[in-house]
Design a protein around this ligand. Structure first.
Ligand code: CU
Length: 174
């Protein structure tokens, strides 16, 4: 949500730039009409951004998300992944404190309904950050890969009854 407004604003800026670059030798538009259209577009874009910001601030969590990655991004074979959490605290595994937990990163996999009932597997596709870490540098081969965050409790199990998992994003590694 937070980044949708950024994308919208960027797309808007790009579309403006595209218009300017590709101006053909057509009759010049009425500057007053063009200015009004631009103002309307800007007003609408700002209203959309504000609506998204209001929705974001109304979301008290708990939620986890990728701070520095978006779905569809292209990244190098070595890249940093930063984990975000709000509405819940980050603590090392085995620390018995309410409303805390630690991050898990799922790589090219997703958890089955059965896996969601037990401790999160611990293997190359399920990384545990039981020290309370909030980032990692990953090394992945070229091609498409998926990443998803799963927040676990002190015993490495998903929080119940509500699971706290990020959107599953797809990256292109080159
Ligand atoms: Cu764990």
């Amino acid at each position: 949500m937070r980044f949708a407004s950024f994308i919208t604003a960027s797309a808007f800026a790009l579309s403006l730039a595209a218009c300017n670059e590709s101006a053909p030798a057509a009759p010049a538009p009425d500057p007053a009409i063009a200015a009004a259209a631009t103002e309307t577009a800007v007003t609408e874009a700002l209203a959309k951004r504000d609506a998204e910001a209001i929705a974001l601030h109304a979301d008290a969590g708990p939620a986890v998300y990728f701070v520095n990655l978006r779905d569809g991004m292209t990244v190098p074979q070595s890249f940093r992944v930063v984990f975000g959490a709000y509405g819940i605290g980050v603590a090392p595994a085995l620390v018995d404190k309410p409303n805390t937990g630690h991050h898990h990163l799922l790589i090219d996999t997703e958890m089955s309904a059965e896996e969601m009932q037990f401790a999160i597997p611990n293997d190359a596709q399920h990384m545990h950050f039981g020290g309370g870490q909030t980032e990692v540098v990953l090394q992945l081969g070229p091609g498409q890969h998926t990443l998803q965050l799963a927040f676990g409790d002190m015993n490495h199990e998903l929080h119940k009854p509500t699971h706290i998992m990020s959107q599953k994003i797809t990256l292109t590694v080159q």
